[in-house]
Design a protein around this ligand. Structure first.
Ligand code: 0WD
Ligand code: CA
Length: 396
């Protein structure tokens, strides 16, 4: 049985009839083992600075620095501190895939080698698809286009802006806690290069989510090869210098991805309900870290008043097992990483085969309506969203 249907009218249980010429993929978490994931390899990295300017270096990489004693001694760190001076990035600006594509131009100019893959996109897009069998409440739209024999996928930001409900004050504050946690848990340099003064004064400056460090990795699932870029919150200790890794024995290869850490905040767990909600949230933590090959997530637990009480390390590869073996696990509803990957594999194969490769620069729309049972695909008459400098470079 094929995992997709072609050209059939589909009526969702919610009454939304799709167009006849839409292609659709049923979303299932079929209990089948999909193909294996390739081990991600970093091909390059880049940084946005405080002005959102791009730098093809590691200048915005942070380093973990937080002691359990610092958290407990103070009776909890106030994550609301500095909320009134939060330097928040304007996320209505559509950056498309620009940072990633310009980083590829820089890499290809330096090495003289083209970075290829079947699919090129942000990690966040692949996270959405990977989690979809278990996250059905939120709709999304993506744009996809073939160019230079590679399929580029971005979020259709106008859809997101038009459908997301304006965040209330409480959720604005809660998302600030996440960024504040990132600030107090990291330093701009490895700890042994920081002065006491620098360490003690971290957390004094206004919090900003404008500067970001992103890693670009080559990975794949089954026969679909991917180039994905994602934000990395910090390095655990240091990042190996790529120069030190050249021509070395593969056994001695110091993989930069092995040093990365994902940071998250969560409410302190005080009830069965909290525990079960946290285990559901671990799906996204696992998915986003796993896709980029980030081995560790550090979760800061905070009270409902936004006081950080403690933090805990989770090994990415152990997360699915922890959740499955938990006493809160339900065989019908608890997420399963193997099943999620089987869906992602079917989904990527579907996109790669159903979007006509010969039609370069045609923009296709991938849609998921909240709570529907299908992903759909339809052709648009929109112009390509690819960065012109990238297109010019690849056409040379
Ligand atoms: O504007 C948009 N709609 C998007 C922007 C959608 C997807 C990505 N991006 C941008 C990001 O700003 C970043 O530059 O693409 C780059 C890579 O993002 P990603 O790693 O693929 O994004 P994702 O995996 O969805 O999120 C990772 C982190 C988030 O942390 P948590 O712990 O909440 O997962 O990236 C940050 C956020 O901190 N982030 C953003 N920050 C500011 N504005 C945004 C945004 N729109 N999206 C993600
Ligand atoms: Ca994070």
């Amino acid at each position: 049985s094929t995992p997709w249907t072609n050209g059939l009218p589909q009526v969702s249980p919610y009454g939304q009839t799709q167009q006849l010429d839409d292609l659709s993929l049923p979303i299932s978490s079929a209990r089948i083992r999909g193909p294996a994931m390739r081990q991600p390899r970093e091909v390059t990295s880049f940084s946005y600075d405080e002005s959102r300017d791009l730098h093809f270096d590691d200048s915005s990489l942070s380093y973990f620095y937080l002691l359990q004693d610092d958290v407990t001694a103070s009776g909890g760190i106030d994550l609301s501190a500095g909320y009134n001076v939060f330097n928040k990035r304007d996320d209505t600006v559509d950056e498309h895939l620009d940072g990633l594509l310009l980083a590829l131009v820089d890499l290809e100019k330096r090495t003289g080698k083209k970075t290829t893959g079947d699919i090129i996109t942000w990690r966040g897009i692949v996270t959405k698809l990977l989690c979809l069998p278990y996250s059905r409440n939120e709709g999304f739209e993506l744009n996809a286009t073939w160019f230079d024999r590679q399929l580029f996928i971005e979020e259709n930001l106008p859809y997101k802006l038009a459908t997301q409900r304006p965040p209330d004050q409480r959720s604005e504050l809660m998302s600030y806690w996440g960024y504040k946690f990132e600030q107090i848990a990291t330093m701009p340099k490895p700890w042994n290069e920081c002065s006491r003064q620098e360490i003690e004064s971290r957390g004094q400056k206004p919090v900003s989510n404008t500067a970001q460090y992103c890693s670009v990795v080559k990975t794949g699932l089954g026969d679909v090869r991917m180039v994905i870029a994602g934000e990395v919150d910090c390095a655990w200790d240091y990042k190996p210098d790529p120069k030190d890794n050249i021509d070395s024995d593969p056994k001695l290869f110091d993989n930069p991805l092995d040093h990365y850490v994902e940071l998250k905040t969560n409410r302190v767990i005080q009830s069965d309900r909290d525990a079960s909600a946290f285990e559901n949230k671990l799906l996204r933590v696992w998915a986003q870290s796993f896709l980029l090959g980030v081995p560790k997530a550090i979760i800061g637990f905070r009270t409902d008043q936004g006081y950080l009480q403690t933090f805990e390390e989770f090994e990415t590869q152990k997360i699915p097992g922890i959740v499955k073996k938990s006493k809160y696990a339900n065989p019908y509803t608890t997420w399963d990483g193997v099943d999620a990957l089987a869906f992602l594999a079917a989904c990527l194969r579907w996109l790669k085969t159903m979007i006509p490769k010969a039609e370069e620069n045609v923009v296709w729309r991938i849609r998921y309506l909240p709570r529907s049972d299908y992903l759909t695909l339809s052709k648009t008459d929109e112009h390509s969203f690819l960065n012109t400098e990238f297109v010019k470079w690849r056409n040379e």
